[in-house]
Design a protein around this ligand. Sequence first.
Ligand SMILES: [Zn+2]
Length: 392
Amino acid sequence: MSGRRKFGNKFYLTYKIKIPNPAFNPSLPANKKNNPSHEWKSKAVPVSKDRATFEEFKAKFDYKHGRRKLHLPDDKSTFADLLAEFEEHIKEKRLKPKSCSRYHDTFNSFKKIVHPDRMSDVTVNVARGWKEARTSQVAPATFNLDLRNLRSAWKKAILWGLAEENPFAQIEPLKQTHRRREIAADPDAVEKLLTAAEKWNPEYWLLAMTARFSGLRLSEITHLQTAGLDMAGGWVKVEAHPCACRECEKIGGLWTPKSYQQRRVPLHARLRAALKQHPRAPGITFPGLDGGVRTARSVEKLFERLFVKAKVPRPPRELVHVFRHAFGSENAKAGIPLPTLRVWMGHKDIRTTMIYYHEDDAHSQEMMRKAERYSRGDGENLVKRKICFRRE
Ligand SMILES: [Zn+2]
């Protein structure tokens, strides 16, 4: 099936591959001489310098390709084989670092739940068990992403002769209802937290103030550059930039905000005052002890202590998000138009911003009075932006 050739000091594995003939005419009978359907080409790949390693590799190669030729899956193949093949596939396809890391996350979480060894052990029942366990861990969107990744990995596994069937093909994705849970951030509790932070440590206070008055997400705060705090222009800029932290290194050394929503949030007067009081050094605005980007966990821990200090009952998770929610809720209440708040918060989907808006009768009536004043000519147009009227 395959042969051995020594060239220089290396052993080469030689084998033949079938290449379809583009000029083949299917309406005529296949004939080696006049109408060949394919041709065979020799290939030689360098394997190793020592003979024993080479022979081992060759035996594996022959076993796998022998079964493949008979259309049999390789029953000895393991999940580790799939991962190795997939690594090659990623390199070949030149997938983007971010999607590579998503695949890795999927595989890692799958390994933790299932502990797969042989590929043939992963049956539909195992896949169902995985679904149950994974659903309790993550949101539906994340689960569906994992499912999609595993499905396509197994599809490839069948192609590569590592598996016989796709156990994930029969698993239904979860329904993604857009979360309409109400987010209420208690303004008094948030003020209490800010006061406690100010008493505790100016650095932490500034961090909490940034979260509260620009509504940045946790990773956007830890990655905020001092250059992004534009005091003259009056902006907090959330922009993609090269980053050498461990998380960004994994995805190719470029930090990007969630869903790539780069944006500028106008600087709030209270945040401006706080920044004037404690100017930041150039570079990372809130560096960790080593001067690099803080980890998300370290900031979470810091906020855990802050909640204890302020004697505010803490939510089960996403402590920094309390400030983001406060930012969203307050601005929605203040009557900031939905499209504007969407930009400020960096939501990809405007439905997420809508969580902050609650329409009630009193507000509805008040808006109509405003519209009446405007049409009479003595009111104010609240939306100072270009509005396109649809021509019917
Ligand atoms: Zn980073």
